[in-house]
Design a protein around this ligand. Structure first.
Ligand code: SAM
Length: 282
């Protein structure tokens, strides 16, 4: 192949603007300035897979084909995550929230949500903290009505969450006691044990679409997701998240995020980027 043929297809300003518009309409993600190279390389791969030589043809395809539109949106999401990310949240969960949940176990269902879960490290960190340091002590959760929901707009990362497989290097931050109990060695890495995976339901969900969710949550983690949205979208999402929390439920957001809208009046801060909804947990 000649050098000229190997180059990424050119992404002109008009096509970039159209792609940014589709991404905003679909997921409310705002593509800032200077993301041309990122878009070009992430979608360039897709153009090649579809046998297309230019972005104009790709845009035509995206406009005609909703599946390709979803693929494009997923390709443009940023899925960076890791186990025990912002570990102070998990310390707070273990010390302040978990005892309250345990006190309610057996009396009513307990529900936790990782909204914008990426490849699952967040929800499995939460699950391991919930289960703790011995199988015996985890019985209340493993045998009780306890579920963790993990959702993301990107189908490949939802599939990865469901699989719960991680290369060894990705599990370095997991304390050995949790690794020994809740992960098992498989070819090429570690997989969450079947009972931990069994606690987690991984689903595709656009946070700006319908939420086919019946119950309220005791805990919601929505971290490092809102950074991609403008203030209007943030305010709308925060309000919906708080509405979906039980009274007394806890919301964790990312380290560089803050509540910007009405939701601020419905919660009180109880730690760095940790908020508790007014009222007492039922
Ligand atoms: C940077 S990751 C954060 C993962 C994890 N919460 C953490 O803090 O490590 C952001 C995730 O939000 C998801 N996301 C972005 N916009 C979304 C939307 N409108 N609906 C659902 N998920 C979305 C992306 O696909 C991505 O996996």
């Amino acid at each position: 192949m000649t050098g000229a043929l190997a180059r990424e297809p050119e992404l002109g300003a008009a096509e970039y603007k159209a792609i940014a518009g589709i991404l905003h309409d679909a997921a409310r993600i705002t593509l800032g300035e200077g993301k041309v190279t990122l878009v070009q390389s992430r979608l360039g791969r897709r153009l090649r897979q579809r046998g297309l030589s230019g972005f104009r043809d790709y845009l035509r395809l995206v406009q005609e084909d909703p599946d390709e539109r979803s693929t494009m949106v997923a390709a443009l999401t940023t899925n960076h995550t890791h186990f025990f990310r912002e570990s102070h949240h998990f310390d707070h969960f273990r010390s302040d929230v978990l005892p309250e949940l345990k006190a309610r176990a057996g009396r009513r269902p307990l529900r936790l949500w990782s909204a914008g879960c990426s490849s699952g490290e967040e929800v499995y960190t939460l699950a391991m903290c919930l289960l703790g340091e011995s199988r015996g002590a985890a019985k209340w959760a493993l045998e009780g009505d306890v579920r963790l929901l993990a959702t993301d707009i990107s189908p490949p990362v939802v599939a990865a969450t469901r699989q719960g497989f991680y290369p060894e290097a990705a599990t370095k931050a997991v304390p050995p006691i949790y690794r020994d109990l809740w992960m098992e060695e498989v070819e090429g890495g570690l997989q969450m044990t079947a009972d931990v995976r069994g606690l987690v339901s991984a689903r595709e969900l656009n946070l700006f679409g319908e939420w086919p969710i019946r119950r309220r949550f005791d805990v919601i983690f929505c971290r490092n997701v809102m950074i991609y949205f403008d203030d209007r979208a943030k305010a709308e999402l925060e309000r919906r998240l708080v509405d979906q929390l039980q009274p007394g439920g806890t919301l964790y957001i990312g380290h560089s995020e803050r509540l910007v809208g009405e939701a601020q009046t419905l919660v009180r801060p109880c730690g760095h980027t940790i908020y508790r909804k007014a009222g007492d947990l039922p």
